[in-house]
Design a protein around this ligand. Structure first.
Ligand SMILES: [Zn+2]
Length: 386
């Protein structure tokens, strides 16, 4: 398997291709006639961050899978190593047994040689006696019977010696056969060892390949993490800029409301779905109240003031901020559309937009926020449905 065919490498390549496609798409989007708004910037950064985090997760998943595979292979290799060690011990044992058997064979041969020498010496002595002392023997032989007996004795000695030698040869042959058996066993063990060794070598190769895949994936992960960190930093910066936008469009002051009081921002709609400090599914510590209402329900200004607008903010969608002076600000978010323009003066009760489901919103509702000197307040301390 080459690196290009490896699943991790292939997925990484797909991720790079996806990123290139995203970059070219962004390049097309990056040539608008007008400058990118803060809201568009948040939305773009949010999408980029999401895509980059997904890519990072995918790399991490592949990395984890490669590491799991590596650990499984390592386990197999450990088992093989143990098996090879067992075989090597058996081979060593066989070698010792063969050596022992060889020593026995050698000893047997030495005994045979000794016996043979002895036999030869005896025969020679007989021969000398027979040849050199033929006359003496004949004269000393008392009778033909004695002479024949002597001859028989010679014959018997020879036969007995032959038998002993034959027995010894048979024993030696048996020892050699046993030694050959042991050698065959050893050859079998050695071929088993060679087979296991080949498997182990292959595993080592696979593990090495995985190691290089893992280290490449780790480098890719680090590179991707750097990209995510950079986008996260840009996103954090954009959020700061957004807060700065609110600050720039908000007055500061006594926090005193100069007109006759507050108006409920959704006439005829009083169902609060998320309270101040509650959890709306996206965040806990909700800094506003959410009031459910059908799409298109008119939203009115709770107080008179000057409107600032943001369109398609990544969280708030289409929104209107009304600065009523003295540090008193109301924010109306997730609108389907705004009914006022940026910088427009509005009076209390004036329709400023329509209920929608834009931004991070799950269902048609108005997100109504109150800030005094840019500090979020519980709106129900100021407004009530009646
Ligand atoms: Zn809300």
């Amino acid at each position: 398997m080459t690196m290009n065919e490896h699943p991790v490498a292939r997925r990484l390549w797909q991720a790079v291709a996806a990123l290139l496609a995203l970059v070219s798409l962004l390049a097309c989007m990056a040539t608008p006639a007008r400058a990118e708004t803060a809201a568009e910037k948040y939305e773009r950064l949010r999408e980029e961050l999401e895509a980059q985090n997904q890519q990072l997760a995918s790399i991490e998943k592949d990395l984890k899978s490669a590491k799991n595979t590596r650990s499984a292979l390592q386990q197999q290799q450990n088992i093989l190593k143990e098996q090879i060690n067992t075989l090597v011990a058996a081979i060593n044992e066989a070698n010792l047994a063969i050596q022992e058997k060889q020593a026995e064979v050698d000893q047997q041969q030495a005994q045979i040689d000794e016996r043979w020498d002895e036999f030869q010496m005896q025969m020679q002595a007989m021969q000398v006696m027979h040849d050199g002392g033929a006359v003496a023997m004949l004269s000393s032989a008392q009778s033909l019977y004695e002479l024949l007996t002597f001859s028989d004795t010679l014959q018997q000695i020879s036969e007995k010696q032959n038998q002993v030698l034959a027995d010894m040869q048979a024993q030696k042959a048996e020892l050699e056969a046993r030694k050959a058996e042991l050698e065959e066993q050893r050859a079998n063990l050695e071929s088993a060892q060679a087979e296991l060794q080949a498997k182990q070598d292959q595993l080592s190769g696979n593990i090495q390949q995985l190691d290089s895949t893992i280290s490449k994936a780790e480098a890719d992960k680090q590179a991707q993490q750097d990209v995510v960190d950079a986008t996260q930093a840009a996103y954090d910066q954009a959020e700061k800029e957004y807060e700065e936008w609110i600050r720039q469009n908000s007055s500061t002051g006594s926090g005193h409301i100069s007109d006759s009081g507050w108006m409920w921002p959704l006439p005829g709609q009083g169902r609060i779905t998320t309270y101040y400090g509650g959890n709306n599914g996206f965040q806990s510590g909700h800094g506003a109240i959410d009031v459910a209402a059908p799409k298109g329900t008119p939203i009115v200004a709770a107080l008179s003031g000057v409107a600032s607008t943001q369109s398609m903010h990544w969280t708030y969608g289409n929104m209107v901020l009304i600065d009523s002076g003295d540090g008193v600000v109301t924010i109306y978010a997730h609108m389907d559309s705004q009914a006022v323009s940026n910088g427009q003066a509005v009076v209390q009760g004036q329709t400023i937009g329509y209920v929608g489901n834009t931004g991070r919103s799950s269902g048609y509702h108005l997100h109504f926020e109150v800030r005094i000197n840019n500090v979020k307040q519980n709106p129900l301390n100021y407004v009530s449905y009646s």
